[in-house]
Design a protein around this ligand. Structure first.
Ligand code: CP
Length: 383
């Protein structure tokens, strides 16, 4: 996945081939760093992860902390003096979404509002100077001049590294947070998914089995969450998808090296749910990446049917990053069952992203302290 084709037309490198080639050369030099150097570049001087770009940069200490702050933020938000609202009043953020989004955009936006941040959005690039030929590098430098953080979504797989490189080579580096980079990664979705799994499984994730179903090849949420789960011991992952949508070899090799037992299943979902003790994670076909003539309909053998819900081993849950289409039996929409975690999973995104901003700007301690010292905390509804 790291052999990027910089001439794929997804990034405006500059007005002339010569200028574009110059910047590409600089970027290639940046990419030549080791994964450890790139991870270090994502941290501040104190080692705090501030550029949130890849699930490979997370460890269990980081994730545990975010989950702890997520729970605390959910609880103290109900306090009458709205302590969250005061925490980041002096910070501003740009939500720069060059690809469609409902949940990621809205949950980031709500998280920012909960923390009192000033927020702006740029979603229609035809209204920006990108339409006048401004390079993406200059656009990012402009955004970082006005804001204290940038959340982006972009169809380019390497926009995460591009944004990091731009920050590292400018005189005003602000935290950059990926809300989805092409089909490669969706690291903040992995955080909310991890939080949902951790709460659903009562924090017992070691030794559990998981199934990712649908489009494992182009599902960026799949890749990011699988990497996060691989931080745990004795994890088994089934990738359940037709051959053409199977997980890429690079991700499989990464997981295997992490000690995950990986099984590819290409014949359908039948027989899988009863083996799952963690979560079945459904995904839609990511046909925005299709080229002409590819399959548009979801293969019915991979649909999660209503009886499968009862086949899941306790305490396993059913998840989906959404949006969903035909991959889940519509009868499940009308079942009241604690195993259906899809909509809670989505709402958890707002709280997990609140915790993430608190972490990035170093006010997570204040949230935990307020939670610990408060006597009038309203207990959250259980997941
Ligand atoms: N889960 C997710 O990324 O949803 P959106 O595309 O609606 O943001």
């Amino acid at each position: 996945m790291n052999n990027y084709n910089l001439d794929d037309g997804l990034i405006n490198w500059g007005p002339t081939p010569e200028i574009a080639e110059y910047h590409q050369g600089m970027f290639r030099g940046f990419l030549a760093q080791s994964p450890e150097q790139i991870k270090k570049a994502c941290c501040d001087e104190e080692g705090r992860l501030v550029h949130i770009l890849s699930a490979e940069h997370f460890d269990l200490t980081f994730l545990e902390r975010i989950c702890e702050v997520t729970n605390a933020a959910r609880r103290i938000n109900k306090l009458p003096d709205a302590p969250l609202k005061r925490l980041l009043r002096n910070k501003s953020v740009l939500n720069y979404f060059a690809q469609p989004s409902s949940r990621t955009f809205l949950s980031f936006s709500n998280a920012e509002s909960l923390l009192g941040m000033r927020r702006e959005e740029l979603r229609d690039l035809s209204t920006s100077s990108a339409a006048k030929g401004e390079s993406d590098r200059d656009s990012l430098r402009t955004h970082s001049s006005y804001h204290d953080a940038l959340v982006f979504r972009n169809k380019c797989n390497y926009f995460d590294m591009f944004a990091l490189w731009t920050m590292q080579t400018s005189n005003r580096s602000i935290p950059v947070i990926s809300g989805g980079a092409g089909s490669k990664e969706h690291p903040t979705q992995a955080i909310l998914d991890y939080y949902t799994i951790r709460e659903s499984l009562d924090r017992q994730i070691d030794g559990k089995s998981f199934a990712f179903v649908g489009d494992c090849l182009r599902g960026r949420t799949v890749r990011s969450l699988a990497k996060v789960l691989s931080l745990h011991q004795d994890i088994e992952i089934y990738f359940v998808a037709p051959d053409k949508y199977q997980i890429d070899q690079e991700t499989e090799a990464y997981l295997t090296q992490q000690g995950v037992r990986v099984t590819r299943t290409t014949t359908g979902l039948e027989g899988i749910p009863e083996m799952i003790t963690g979560a079945v994670y459904m995904t839609r076909i990511q046909d925005e990446h299709d080229k002409d003539g590819e399959q548009k309909r979801y293969d019915p053998r991979f649909i999660f049917t209503e009886p499968m819900l009862d086949q899941l081993q306790d305490p396993a849950v059913l998840m989906h990053p959404l949006p969903k289409r035909e991959e889940i039996d519509p009868r499940i929409d009308y079942r009241d069952d604690r195993k259906i975690m899809i909509w809670r999973q989505m709402r958890n995104g707002m709280w997990a992203r609140t915790a993430l901003f608190a972490h990035i700007f170093g006010v997570d301690d204040k949230i935990l302290e307020t939670y610990r010292t408060c006597e009038k905390v309203t207990a959250p509804k259980p997941l």
